[in-house]
Design a protein around this ligand. Structure first.
Ligand code: S5P
Length: 257
């Protein structure tokens, strides 16, 4: 059955962050996210600037940046506006609600102040969502739950994944979707973001498992997350970003037919 377009889904979305993101994908004709796992401020900003035109979402691990400062956040925010992308801090919160709220709002990074989207493991139960929501909802942010993981031997399967869906359904004001390998439910229109994507290799020697963008989109993913496939050793970053964007967008267009 043909799927509705990102633009059509935007019209029916009740969550404003998810709506804005779907509109951005449609406008920019990109369902590609880059996973910018680099450890210097200069490299991170360089990636955001050169790859910004091709992506809908810039995914960070802010705690691996060795020279983090507020200016990095200010510059990244300016690049997000200039190139029209959202920022996803891949923090993978995993503690009780009160603690994650503090980790989200305070400390060195103040993630809630600049990341449009962040994510959490469902393992502590629904309190992790309400804790994060207390800081995120007033700022218009969105949360993804890790319903599955791309790594070999992941424990996020079966009833764990099912319980994650139930937790998401109970919190539509803040949960906009999942990190997962495939579409999980038709009970609400969630966003599905899939890491573990590569066109050339199958793994990384540390448990990561790669599938192609087409495989992810065919399974119902909305956003394809690519890291080293774009900027790994010897890669032409812009050429690779274009290649992944084209492959992912072509797979999306096929899913509409
Ligand atoms: O299950 C997961 C969830 C995530 S968010 N598997 C993942 O690989 N990720 C993240 O996606 C991971 O933290 C990394 O930032 C990115 C994949 O990077 P790559 O270089 O393997 O494409």
């Amino acid at each position: 059955m043909p799927r509705p377009s990102y633009g059509e889904r935007a019209k029916n979305q009740k969550n404003p962050l998810a709506q804005g993101f779907l509109e951005l994908m449609e406008r920019k004709q990109s369902n590609l996210s880059v996973a910018a796992d680099v450890s210097s401020k200069a490299e991170l900003l360089e990636l955001a600037n050169v790859l910004g035109p091709y992506i809908c979402l810039f995914k960070t691990h802010i705690d691996i940046v060795e020279d983090f400062d507020q200016d990095l956040v200010d510059q990244l925010t300016a690049l997000a506006k200039k190139h029209d992308f959202f920022i996803f801090e891949d923090r993978k919160f995993a503690d009780i609600g009160n603690t994650v709220r503090l980790q989200y709002e305070k400390g060195v990074y103040h993630i809630a102040d600049w990341a449009h989207i962040t994510n959490a493991h469902p393992i502590p139960g629904p309190g992790i969502i309400t804790g994060l929501a207390s800081a995120g909802v007033p700022r218009g942010r969105g949360l993804l739950l890790l319903a599955e993981m791309s790594s070999a031997g992941s424990l996020a399967t079966g009833t764990y994944t099912q319980s994650t869906i139930d937790m998401a359904l109970a919190h539509p004001e803040f949960v906009i979707g999942f990190v997962a390998s495939r579409r999980l439910t038709d009970q609400a229109d969630f966003l599905y973001m899939s890491p573990g994507i590569g066109l050339d290799v199958k793994g990384d020697g540390h448990g990561q498992q790669y599938r192609t963008p087409a495989q992810a989109i065919e399974g119902g993913s909305d956003v394809v997350i690519v890291g080293r496939g774009i900027y790994g050793p010897g890669k032409d970053r812009v050429a690779e970003a274009k290649r992944y964007r084209e492959a992912s967008w072509a797979a999306y267009l096929t899913s509409l037919e």
